[in-house]
Design a protein around this ligand. Structure first.
Ligand SMILES: *Cc1c(COP(=O)(O)O)cnc(C)c1O
Length: 400
């Protein structure tokens, strides 16, 4: 593959590793260790065995007949919602816990927003018998209580974070602070394609199993191994990175990403970082950031807790800037509508994050033969209350 992170961890202008001095050594150790580990036969064998027998991979590539008719294309859904723990996040946590073990670490820390990454991390820590500490904004602890209970049942300690807005961004800062205090025994298990180099590259490589499978599944189903268009939602960017990974250099494939517009990109209530962000440094990487004129991070706003991040993975900042990715902002009401639409037309309740990707279908035009692959990043069980209480929002698009 031609498109790669450079030696210093940059994707064009974006990326790098901007960390406090005390973390230099552990970040460098990880930079040196990750490729040899990922490329070793031992790792590959354990990773793929767990993906198959524990996560339930390959995830199906499902031909959505009714939705295809409605949108005038051949629409295939990549069903990450069917994975163990209900989303794509588990692919990454399985890979990184194996890496932490190889590096001799005994204590795992993680940040979480909606709690999906926290649950996926607590799950693999139980599996591998590792100590697990999860940092989560106090606001999110209250909003996402079931996931907090799941983490506790799995044996993790959940630390409510009371600094800043008490959401994901503050949880990341607190995890980095903890890492500074325990650099030797602790592995920071980052949940998306963000953070200092090498994390964006590690997480993209762990999630690349998604496009690896899409290739052979398309070959079987449509007789060629590439689609005309790929669609995914983007928060930090991990399910999107996995979906596009093996197609980035393939110009035949159009790439469309959906970010969370919240109330709209022209309001103060948005999480559309690629549309509204400016260049800055966030959680150890140079990227696009929602920030005030004097560089204070601005709170992100969206109905979707999993897309609620004021930054974006550096790889996507670069690919979007060069026009390789088309990025569409999807507002809350459009996502709610799209969530109901998939539920009623195909019997699949998608995560509200994934509903942002589905809402992009209405904004695109296709030729009838076009093969479109859309990643359903997670299942919507956690969002049923949100869908029900915001049903009226979707009225102007149609009735359910
Ligand atoms: C966390 C999450 C996302 C957003 O994270 P990415 O790293 O951008 O993929 C999207 N969908 C679901 C279901 C999630 O849990």
């Amino acid at each position: 593959m031609k498109y790669q992170v450079d030696e210093k961890g940059f994707f064009g202008r974006f990326g790098g590793a901007y960390v406090p001095e005390i973390l230099y050594k552990c970040v460098h150790d990880l930079q040196d260790a990750y490729r040899p580990i990922i490329e070793s036969d031992d790792f590959k064998q354990s990773f793929h065995q767990l993906l198959r027998d524990y996560v339930g991979r390959p995830s199906p590539l499902y031909y959505a007949r009714r939705m295809s008719e409605r949108y005038g294309c051949r629409l295939y859904l990549k069903r990450e919602d069917l994975n163990h723990t209900g989303a794509h996040k588990i692919n990454n946590t399985i890979g990184q816990i194996l890496m932490a073990k190889k590096m001799g670490k005994t204590r795992i820390i993680a940040e979480t927003g909606a709690g999906q990454h926290g649950v996926a991390t607590a799950t693999v820590c139980a599996l591998m018998d590792m100590q697990c500490e999860v940092f989560m904004g106090k606001t999110d602890v209250e909003r996402q209580h079931t996931n907090v209970e799941r983490m506790r049942m799995l044996g993790a300690t959940v630390h409510p974070v009371t600094t800043g807005n008490m959401t994901l961004s503050d949880a990341c800062s607190e995890a980095i602070r903890d890492w500074c205090c325990h650099p030797r025994d602790t592995y920071y298990l980052v949940g998306s394609t963000m953070g200092p180099h090498p994390y964006p590259d590690i997480v993209a490589k762990m999630q690349s199993v998604i496009s690896e499978e899409i290739k052979w599944q398309l070959q079987e189903k449509v007789g060629r191994d590439y689609p005309d268009c790929l669609i995914a939602c983007v928060g930090g960017g991990s399910n999107a990175a996995g979906t596009i990974y093996h197609y980035i250099d393939d110009e035949r494939v159009r790439i469309v990403l959906a970010e969370a517009g919240g109330h709209g990109v022209d309001t103060d209530h948005t999480a559309a970082t690629i549309h509204c962000g400016t260049e800055g440094i966030i959680h150890g990487a140079r990227s696009l950031v929602m920030q005030t004129g004097d560089g204070q991070i601005q709170e992100a706003f969206t109905i979707s807790a999993g897309l609620d991040y004021p930054g974006i993975g550096p790889m996507h900042a670069d690919l979007a800037e060069h026009g390789r990715e088309e990025v569409i902002a999807i507002n809350d009401d459009e996502a709610i509508y799209a969530g109901y639409e998939l539920t009623r037309m195909e019997g699949i309740i998608p995560a509200i994050e994934s509903a942002h990707a589905l809402a992009a279908l209405r904004k695109l035009t296709f030729a009838p033969d076009d093969v479109v692959v859309l990643t359903v990043s997670g299942r919507g069980d956690k969002d049923v209350q949100t869908y029900l209480s915001h049903k009226d929002m979707a009225k102007e698009y149609g009735n359910f």
